[in-house]
Design a protein around this ligand. Structure first.
Ligand code: PLP
Length: 254
Protein backbone atom coordinates (compact mmCIF):
# COMPACT_ATOMS: atom_id res chain seq x y z
CA UNK A 1 0.00 0.00 0.00
CA UNK A 2 0.96 3.68 0.02
CA UNK A 3 2.59 3.45 3.46
CA UNK A 4 4.74 0.43 2.71
CA UNK A 5 7.97 2.40 3.16
CA UNK A 6 7.00 3.73 6.62
CA UNK A 7 5.73 0.30 7.66
CA UNK A 8 9.02 -1.24 6.53
CA UNK A 9 10.96 1.35 8.60
CA UNK A 10 8.71 0.73 11.61
CA UNK A 11 9.43 -3.00 11.50
CA UNK A 12 13.15 -2.37 11.23
CA UNK A 13 12.95 -0.02 14.27
CA UNK A 14 11.04 -2.73 16.17
CA UNK A 15 13.67 -5.32 15.24
CA UNK A 16 16.44 -2.97 16.38
CA UNK A 17 14.61 -2.38 19.67
CA UNK A 18 14.21 -6.14 20.15
CA UNK A 19 17.94 -6.66 19.60
CA UNK A 20 18.78 -3.89 22.09
CA UNK A 21 16.30 -5.32 24.63
CA UNK A 22 17.98 -8.73 24.39
CA UNK A 23 21.38 -7.15 25.00
CA UNK A 24 22.60 -8.12 21.52
CA UNK A 25 22.76 -4.58 20.15
CA UNK A 26 22.46 -3.43 16.58
CA UNK A 27 25.39 -3.28 14.14
CA UNK A 28 23.73 -2.62 10.80
CA UNK A 29 21.37 -3.68 8.05
CA UNK A 30 22.27 -5.21 4.71
CA UNK A 31 19.74 -4.80 1.90
CA UNK A 32 19.58 -6.06 -1.67
CA UNK A 33 18.39 -2.91 -3.45
CA UNK A 34 15.94 -4.80 -5.72
CA UNK A 35 15.02 -7.65 -3.31
CA UNK A 36 15.60 -10.20 -6.07
CA UNK A 37 15.57 -13.30 -3.90
CA UNK A 38 12.60 -12.02 -1.90
CA UNK A 39 10.14 -11.80 -4.78
CA UNK A 40 11.42 -8.77 -6.75
CA UNK A 41 10.18 -5.68 -4.92
CA UNK A 42 11.59 -2.64 -6.67
CA UNK A 43 8.91 -0.01 -6.10
CA UNK A 44 7.89 2.58 -5.15
CA UNK A 45 11.19 4.25 -5.92
CA UNK A 46 12.65 5.60 -2.69
CA UNK A 47 11.00 3.10 -0.35
CA UNK A 48 14.39 2.23 1.18
CA UNK A 49 14.87 5.82 2.36
CA UNK A 50 12.93 5.67 5.67
CA UNK A 51 14.71 2.40 6.52
CA UNK A 52 18.05 3.98 5.77
CA UNK A 53 17.11 6.78 8.21
CA UNK A 54 16.03 4.28 10.88
CA UNK A 55 19.44 2.63 10.64
CA UNK A 56 21.22 6.00 10.88
CA UNK A 57 19.16 7.02 13.92
CA UNK A 58 20.11 3.76 15.67
CA UNK A 59 23.80 4.38 14.95
CA UNK A 60 24.02 1.37 12.64
CA UNK A 61 25.70 0.83 9.30
CA UNK A 62 23.45 0.68 6.21
CA UNK A 63 24.96 -1.72 3.70
CA UNK A 64 23.66 -1.68 0.12
CA UNK A 65 24.09 -5.07 -1.52
CA UNK A 66 24.53 -4.23 -5.20
CA UNK A 67 25.35 -7.78 -6.28
CA UNK A 68 22.00 -7.97 -8.08
CA UNK A 69 21.01 -4.34 -8.52
CA UNK A 70 24.36 -2.81 -9.45
CA UNK A 71 26.12 -2.14 -12.75
CA UNK A 72 22.98 -0.85 -14.48
CA UNK A 73 20.53 -3.68 -13.81
CA UNK A 74 17.77 -1.16 -13.07
CA UNK A 75 18.50 0.78 -16.27
CA UNK A 76 17.65 4.17 -14.82
CA UNK A 77 20.66 4.13 -12.49
CA UNK A 78 24.04 2.50 -12.29
CA UNK A 79 23.37 1.58 -8.63
CA UNK A 80 20.19 0.48 -6.91
CA UNK A 81 20.76 2.74 -3.90
CA UNK A 82 21.02 5.74 -6.22
CA UNK A 83 17.61 4.87 -7.69
CA UNK A 84 16.20 4.99 -4.15
CA UNK A 85 17.95 8.32 -3.54
CA UNK A 86 19.94 7.09 -0.55
CA UNK A 87 23.61 7.11 0.39
CA UNK A 88 24.72 3.91 2.13
CA UNK A 89 27.66 3.57 4.52
CA UNK A 90 28.96 0.49 2.73
CA UNK A 91 28.31 -0.91 -0.76
CA UNK A 92 28.91 -4.50 -1.81
CA UNK A 93 29.73 -5.18 -5.46
CA UNK A 94 29.98 -8.64 -7.00
CA UNK A 95 28.50 -10.95 -9.61
CA UNK A 96 28.25 -8.72 -12.73
CA UNK A 97 31.42 -6.87 -11.81
CA UNK A 98 33.71 -9.19 -13.79
CA UNK A 99 31.11 -10.44 -16.31
CA UNK A 100 31.80 -14.03 -15.27
CA UNK A 101 35.27 -13.67 -13.81
CA UNK A 102 35.32 -13.86 -10.00
CA UNK A 103 35.71 -10.41 -8.50
CA UNK A 104 33.93 -8.50 -5.75
CA UNK A 105 34.52 -5.27 -3.91
CA UNK A 106 33.51 -3.33 -0.83
CA UNK A 107 33.15 0.42 -1.12
CA UNK A 108 32.71 2.53 1.99
CA UNK A 109 33.13 5.80 3.77
CA UNK A 110 36.67 6.82 4.62
CA UNK A 111 35.91 6.77 8.35
CA UNK A 112 34.56 3.23 8.31
CA UNK A 113 37.30 1.81 6.09
CA UNK A 114 40.10 3.57 7.97
CA UNK A 115 38.71 2.38 11.29
CA UNK A 116 38.55 -1.16 9.94
CA UNK A 117 42.07 -0.92 8.48
CA UNK A 118 43.48 0.43 11.75
CA UNK A 119 41.80 -2.27 13.81
CA UNK A 120 42.17 -5.44 11.73
CA UNK A 121 44.76 -6.87 9.39
CA UNK A 122 42.87 -7.84 6.22
CA UNK A 123 44.03 -10.80 4.18
CA UNK A 124 42.45 -12.48 1.16
CA UNK A 125 44.09 -15.28 -0.85
CA UNK A 126 42.66 -14.18 -4.20
CA UNK A 127 42.44 -10.43 -3.55
CA UNK A 128 44.05 -8.07 -6.04
CA UNK A 129 44.04 -10.51 -8.96
CA UNK A 130 45.15 -8.37 -11.96
CA UNK A 131 43.27 -10.50 -14.55
CA UNK A 132 39.95 -10.07 -12.75
CA UNK A 133 40.62 -6.39 -12.17
CA UNK A 134 41.25 -5.97 -15.92
CA UNK A 135 37.90 -7.70 -16.57
CA UNK A 136 36.12 -5.38 -14.14
CA UNK A 137 37.72 -2.40 -15.82
CA UNK A 138 36.54 -3.68 -19.22
CA UNK A 139 33.02 -4.18 -17.87
CA UNK A 140 32.83 -0.51 -16.86
CA UNK A 141 34.12 0.55 -20.30
CA UNK A 142 31.62 -1.68 -22.14
CA UNK A 143 28.68 -0.43 -20.06
CA UNK A 144 29.55 3.07 -21.19
CA UNK A 145 30.57 2.27 -24.80
CA UNK A 146 27.44 0.22 -25.56
CA UNK A 147 25.13 2.60 -23.70
CA UNK A 148 23.95 -0.45 -21.77
CA UNK A 149 21.67 1.47 -19.41
CA UNK A 150 19.53 2.82 -22.28
CA UNK A 151 19.17 -0.72 -23.62
CA UNK A 152 18.19 -1.98 -20.17
CA UNK A 153 15.42 0.63 -19.89
CA UNK A 154 14.03 -0.04 -23.40
CA UNK A 155 14.34 -3.84 -23.45
CA UNK A 156 13.23 -4.12 -19.83
CA UNK A 157 9.99 -2.28 -20.60
CA UNK A 158 9.35 -4.63 -23.55
CA UNK A 159 10.06 -7.66 -21.38
CA UNK A 160 7.68 -6.66 -18.57
CA UNK A 161 4.92 -5.66 -20.97
CA UNK A 162 5.34 -8.89 -22.93
CA UNK A 163 5.26 -11.01 -19.78
CA UNK A 164 2.13 -9.24 -18.62
CA UNK A 165 0.39 -9.76 -21.98
CA UNK A 166 1.43 -13.39 -22.37
CA UNK A 167 0.28 -14.30 -18.84
CA UNK A 168 -3.04 -12.49 -19.43
CA UNK A 169 -3.51 -14.17 -22.83
CA UNK A 170 -3.39 -17.53 -21.07
CA UNK A 171 -5.78 -16.42 -18.32
CA UNK A 172 -3.11 -16.48 -15.60
CA UNK A 173 -3.82 -14.05 -12.73
CA UNK A 174 -0.45 -12.42 -12.19
CA UNK A 175 1.28 -9.18 -11.25
CA UNK A 176 4.41 -8.29 -13.15
CA UNK A 177 6.85 -6.14 -11.17
CA UNK A 178 10.35 -4.86 -11.69
CA UNK A 179 12.51 -2.26 -13.29
CA UNK A 180 15.07 -2.40 -16.07
CA UNK A 181 16.10 -5.99 -16.73
CA UNK A 182 14.80 -7.48 -13.51
CA UNK A 183 11.25 -8.74 -13.84
CA UNK A 184 9.16 -10.64 -11.34
CA UNK A 185 5.93 -12.33 -12.35
CA UNK A 186 3.96 -12.87 -9.15
CA UNK A 187 1.70 -15.90 -9.60
CA UNK A 188 0.84 -16.32 -5.91
CA UNK A 189 -2.89 -16.01 -6.62
CA UNK A 190 -2.85 -17.80 -9.97
CA UNK A 191 -4.21 -21.02 -8.50
CA UNK A 192 -6.56 -22.03 -5.66
CA UNK A 193 -3.72 -22.61 -3.20
CA UNK A 194 -0.20 -21.23 -2.79
CA UNK A 195 1.15 -24.79 -3.16
CA UNK A 196 -0.55 -25.12 -6.56
CA UNK A 197 0.75 -21.69 -7.62
CA UNK A 198 4.26 -22.77 -6.64
CA UNK A 199 3.80 -25.92 -8.70
CA UNK A 200 2.71 -23.84 -11.70
CA UNK A 201 5.77 -21.58 -11.35
CA UNK A 202 8.00 -24.68 -11.24
CA UNK A 203 6.31 -26.07 -14.35
CA UNK A 204 6.86 -22.77 -16.20
CA UNK A 205 10.54 -22.57 -15.19
CA UNK A 206 11.08 -26.17 -16.35
CA UNK A 207 9.01 -25.68 -19.52
CA UNK A 208 11.17 -22.71 -20.48
CA UNK A 209 14.35 -24.62 -19.67
CA UNK A 210 13.25 -27.42 -22.01
CA UNK A 211 12.81 -24.74 -24.68
CA UNK A 212 16.30 -23.31 -24.13
CA UNK A 213 15.35 -20.32 -21.95
CA UNK A 214 16.67 -20.06 -18.39
CA UNK A 215 14.69 -18.19 -15.75
CA UNK A 216 14.11 -18.98 -12.07
CA UNK A 217 11.63 -18.65 -9.25
CA UNK A 218 11.80 -16.41 -6.20
CA UNK A 219 9.83 -15.12 -3.23
CA UNK A 220 9.28 -16.58 0.24
CA UNK A 221 6.79 -19.10 -1.19
CA UNK A 222 8.48 -19.71 -4.54
CA UNK A 223 5.50 -18.29 -6.41
CA UNK A 224 7.24 -15.52 -8.36
CA UNK A 225 8.87 -15.99 -11.75
CA UNK A 226 12.31 -14.35 -11.71
CA UNK A 227 13.51 -13.11 -15.09
CA UNK A 228 16.92 -11.48 -15.00
CA UNK A 229 18.60 -11.70 -18.41
CA UNK A 230 21.99 -10.32 -19.48
CA UNK A 231 22.03 -6.53 -19.87
CA UNK A 232 22.69 -6.87 -23.61
CA UNK A 233 19.27 -8.53 -24.05
CA UNK A 234 17.55 -7.27 -27.23
CA UNK A 235 13.95 -7.20 -28.44
CA UNK A 236 14.49 -10.41 -30.46
CA UNK A 237 15.54 -12.19 -27.27
CA UNK A 238 12.38 -10.93 -25.54
CA UNK A 239 10.36 -12.35 -28.47
CA UNK A 240 12.12 -15.68 -28.13
CA UNK A 241 11.43 -15.82 -24.40
CA UNK A 242 7.77 -14.93 -24.89
CA UNK A 243 7.33 -17.50 -27.68
CA UNK A 244 8.80 -20.16 -25.38
CA UNK A 245 6.48 -19.02 -22.58
CA UNK A 246 3.48 -19.12 -24.90
CA UNK A 247 4.44 -22.62 -26.05
CA UNK A 248 4.92 -23.73 -22.43
CA UNK A 249 1.40 -22.59 -21.50
CA UNK A 250 -0.10 -24.28 -24.55
CA UNK A 251 1.69 -27.49 -23.59
CA UNK A 252 0.62 -27.22 -19.92
CA UNK A 253 -3.02 -26.71 -20.93
CA UNK A 254 -3.12 -29.76 -23.21
C1 PLP B 1 21.86 -10.01 -3.50
C2 PLP B 1 23.00 -11.00 -3.41
N1 PLP B 1 24.06 -10.72 -2.63
C3 PLP B 1 25.09 -11.57 -2.54
C4 PLP B 1 25.10 -12.77 -3.23
C5 PLP B 1 26.27 -13.69 -3.05
O1 PLP B 1 27.23 -13.49 -3.97
P1 PLP B 1 28.53 -14.45 -3.98
O2 PLP B 1 28.03 -15.80 -4.42
O3 PLP B 1 29.44 -13.82 -4.96
O4 PLP B 1 29.05 -14.46 -2.58
C6 PLP B 1 24.05 -13.10 -4.05
C7 PLP B 1 24.08 -14.38 -4.80
O5 PLP B 1 23.37 -14.67 -5.66
C8 PLP B 1 22.97 -12.19 -4.14
O6 PLP B 1 21.90 -12.49 -4.91
Amino acid sequence: DGNADEEFARRVRDAIAALEARGVGFAGLIMDQVLTSDGVYTDPVGFMAPVREAVREAGGVFIADEVQSGFGRTGTHMWGFDRHGIVPDLVILGKPMGNGLPIAALVGTETLLNTYGDTFRYFNTFGGNPVCIAAADAVLDEIERRDVLANVVATGALLRQGLDETLAAHGIAATVRGTGLIAGGDLTNARESVAESKELVGAIVNGLRERGVLISSTGPRGTVLKVRPPLIFQSEHVSRLLAALDDTFTHLAS
